[in-house]
Ligand binder design. Sequence first.
Ligand code: DGT
Ligand code: MG
Ligand code: MG
Ligand code: MG
Length: 283
Amino acid sequence: MAKSKFEYVKGFEMSDSCLPNTWLVLRLDGRGFHRFAMAHNFAKPNDILALNLMNKAASAVMQEFQDIFIAYGQSDEFSFIFKRSTNLFGRRASKLLSTVVSLFSASYVFYWSQFMKTPLLYPPAFDSRIVLYPSAKNLRDYLSWRQADCHINNLYNTCFWSLVESGLKNEEAQKRLNGTESSQKNEILFNEFGINYNNEPEQFKKGSVLLWENYHEKIQSNDGSSVGDSGNDPGKANTESAVGDSVMESTREGFTFRKRKRVVVSHVDIIGDSFWDNNNLLD
Ligand code: DGT
Ligand code: MG
Ligand code: MG
Ligand code: MG
């Protein structure tokens, strides 16, 4: 068929495919979540349910885009790291950004009522950007930067809200903490509020790390009766089974197993070497 005379307009579209063979980091961040958190009465400084909702939405993104091999989240942000070799959407930045951020936002709203006790009062939005990192060191430094940010903010916020709870006005608490070192904030927490910062929940101090984990799903006993999905308990907040990638595997002890993978959430240190030594993620 002949092209219409209008078709030339397509030539105005800009190519925005990302440099090949680089780690593709997509970070999204809640828009105006200072206000959003207040409007929805988020617990201060950390609302565990809101943080778990963020993890749920991020899991949904990983399920859909399995070239994401690690995701890291804290506060109102999430970073998704795609394999260096990914060719998803031809590595087109606008296509990747718009699809991931809209799936994340839709999932956040879709799962809201499963996590939150208050009704959703207005639609949340998230911004997003892509940054490409050419070396493993750059990528690790990026993730270290985000996790260090989580720790710094959490220490500050834990201190700030303890001071406010003890009777200080917001401005007074801010003034008190102005210019203080980490060690001084630790001392304030310990001496004035009996809080040992080291004992604060790992999720608040370190944020959330989402990884793929392989497992064997028991699907059938030798008498042909099916058994429950042993690996995908919906009551378990920290795991999500992947769909569409199962491979019939083996029969052992009268049971048939299927090899599957699922997203697992942990709150581990990703700044030091041991995480990277124990997980073979950077080829
Ligand atoms: P933006 O990103 O420039 O549109 O503006 P915001 O307001 O989203 O600022 P941002 O992203 O730098 O900081 C995140 C805000 O979200 C911060 O004011 C604290 C709030 N927030 C995030 N998680 C929690 C939480 O678990 N509890 C409470 N109370 N607030 C939270
Ligand atoms: Mg921001
Ligand atoms: Mg934000
Ligand atoms: Mg933020």
